[in-house]
Design a protein around this ligand. Structure first.
Ligand code: FAD
Ligand code: FES
Length: 475
């Protein structure tokens, strides 16, 4: 299942190591996650529900809990973001895992820290914010829960659309490398550092961070939250089967770890993500049966659609997936035409032979931390769901807490970077730093970027958010 040759990527694998899965030795490479190594070894069923239904990988970025396993005696470990180690003992579990009463955990270190500024998330929004803070003499601590930094960018092998000033025409992973090179070594950047809690204690802003084996309690003067987004699930019989993946998970497996997710795919969704990931599947040597899209029109750029059509992949508009077939993993799927109400039309069902169903049906902002901290929220469909209210300068309703990127409303990497810069500039201006016209210039660049046809929806969403923020409503 490992990709040996790729037209764009070169996989530099780490040292060969061995771990055990349910008592069986598995070979892996240092630097890859447990779930990626198991996929490479052909293992799809990672655990089971209490009733015995198989569970497999879905998001591959630590957001959904579909990959929980018991690792070295500790239950409920997210194996999609936990790197393998020599001699590790990995076990599947049935339902929520429980600690064995004889298990003696290693004592966990609890460290208390203070920070001038904290950035949560090292995707394009968080890294762009960090870069601005550094430029103005502030060294933030940056936390990211993934073992690899750069957010969604690290798996984007295509040349980016968007604004030239925001690196359009450059491949996503190269933009991540550029941003990281400006930040690493200057700011303190901690990977595998999951921010679990954001709360106020005696009026102070505190973050609780699980960093490998330590718990960090960080008192921060100011915080920028740039936690990105999580994939939407789709309801259909068989959607629980291993082999039904979010598009981001498919990208992570292929483009970060060099592991193919299957042999033949059905792509659900013809927005930019569905079209781009279909092309990336083909580049990795995976066949694509078809792209199905429930709407009458393709949602993504026509240039991406033309590319995959040229390779003989049909894009079936007004079609959806009706069910995934199989007992232990996906062995096929049924697709059908849909009517105006998006309901499948009886008699149009057709079985397709695939071992992988890839869902590219949209993203929801990842806002858990802000909700927990008490930020005022609103449901704004144009921005992908519930979002924290914020000003045009990315201040939330919580003083000293800013937001940027997809967690403030689903957009693009180019807008995420500008929002990150704006959030950092707001933080600096709150401290009374003289910024000249930098803040207004950045805000104008962001507005300009949203003037294009793909910017109309997020623009309308942001206007709603700003109006609600001004009017003091939301909930
Ligand atoms: C297939 C595909 C193609 C795309 N193509 C383009 C394109 O051509 N042009 C373009 O402009 N955009 C494109 N995008 C969109 C772009 O990638 C995203 O809009 C952008 O990455 C959002 O940036 P972000 O920093 O807000 O979030 P992310 O990139 O998702 O980064 C968020 C980071 O936060 C971390 N995190 C989350 N929660 C926590 C926590 N609790 N603790 C610690 N860390 C946490 C995550 O690990 C992650 O690294 C594409 C997206 C996809 C999926
Ligand atoms: S949390 Fe690991 S697959 Fe979603």
């Amino acid at each position: 299942m490992r990709i040996e040759q790729h037209p764009i990527l070169e996989f530099r694998r780490g040292r060969r190591i061995t771990f055990t899965f349910d008592g069986r030795p598995i070979e892996a490479y240092e630097g890859e996650t447990i779930a990626a190594a198991l996929h490479a070894a052909g293992v799809r069923v990672l655990s089971r529900t209490r009733s015995g239904a198989p569970r497999g990988l879905f998001c591959a970025i630590g957001k959904c809990s579909s990959c929980l396993m018991t690792v070295d005696g500790i239950p409920n470990v997210k194996t999609c973001v936990t790197p393998v180690r020599e001699g590790m003992v990995v076990q599947s579990q049935r339902g929520p895992g429980r600690l064995n009463p004889d298990f003696r955990p290693r004592e966990r270190e609890v460290r208390e820290l203070r920070a001038e500024a904290v950035v949560v998330g090292a995707g394009p929004a968080g890294l762009a914010a960090t870069r601005v803070l550094l430029r103005h003499g502030i060294k933030p601590i940056v936390f990211d829960e993934n073992p690899h930094l750069g957010g969604q960018l690290i798996k984007q092998t295509h040349k980016f659309f968007g604004s030239r000033a925001e690196r359009a025409g450059v491949r996503g992973f190269s933009i991540a490398e550029e941003l990281l090179s400006e930040v690493e070594g200057e700011a303190e950047v901690l990977r595998q550092a999951r921010v679990l809690g954001l709360y106020f204690e005696d009026g102070k802003r505190v973050l609780a961070v699980a960093h490998t084996d330590r718990l960090l309690l960080v008192e921060a003067e100011e915080i920028i939250v740039a936690t990105g987004a999580e994939e939407r699930f789709l309801l259909f019989p068989g959607n629980h089967l291993p082999g039904v993946y979010g598009a981001g998970a498919v990208q992570t497996l292929m483009n970060v770890y060099g592991v193919v997710p299957g042999k033949r795919a059905l792509m659900v969704g013809a927005g930019n993500v569905g079209l781009i990931v279909s092309y990336q599947l083909l580049q990795a040597g995976v066949e694509v049966e078809a792209v199905v899209e429930a709407m009458p029109e393709i949602g993504g750029y026509h240039v991406h659609a033309a590319k995959i059509r040229r390779l003989g992949i049909p894009i079936l508009t007004r079609h959806t997936v009706v069910r995934a077939l199989g007992g232990e993993r996906v062995e096929g799927a049924v697709i059908a035409q849909v009517d105006e109400k998006l309901s499948p039309i009886p008699g149009t069902e057709r079985e397709v032979s695939v071992d992988l169903v890839c869902l590219a049906t949209g993203l929801n902002p990842s806002t858990r931390l802000l909700e927990q901290a008490g930020a005022r929220m609103a449901y704004v469909p144009e921005l992908g769901g519930r979002v924290p209210l914020h000003t045009p300068h990315m201040e939330t309703t919580l003083p000293g807490i800013y937001v940027a990127g997809d967690c403030a409303g689903i957009g693009e990497a180019s807008t995420a970077m500008l929002e990150g810069e704006l959030a950092a500039l707001s933080l600096l201006s709150r401290r009374g730093l003289e910024l000249g016209g930098e803040m207004e210039a950045t805000r104008k660049s962001l507005e300009k970027l949203r003037l294009g046809p793909f910017g109309a929806r997020p623009r309308a969403g942001k206007e709603k958010v700003f109006a609600l923020m001004k009017g003091g409503s939301g909930g």
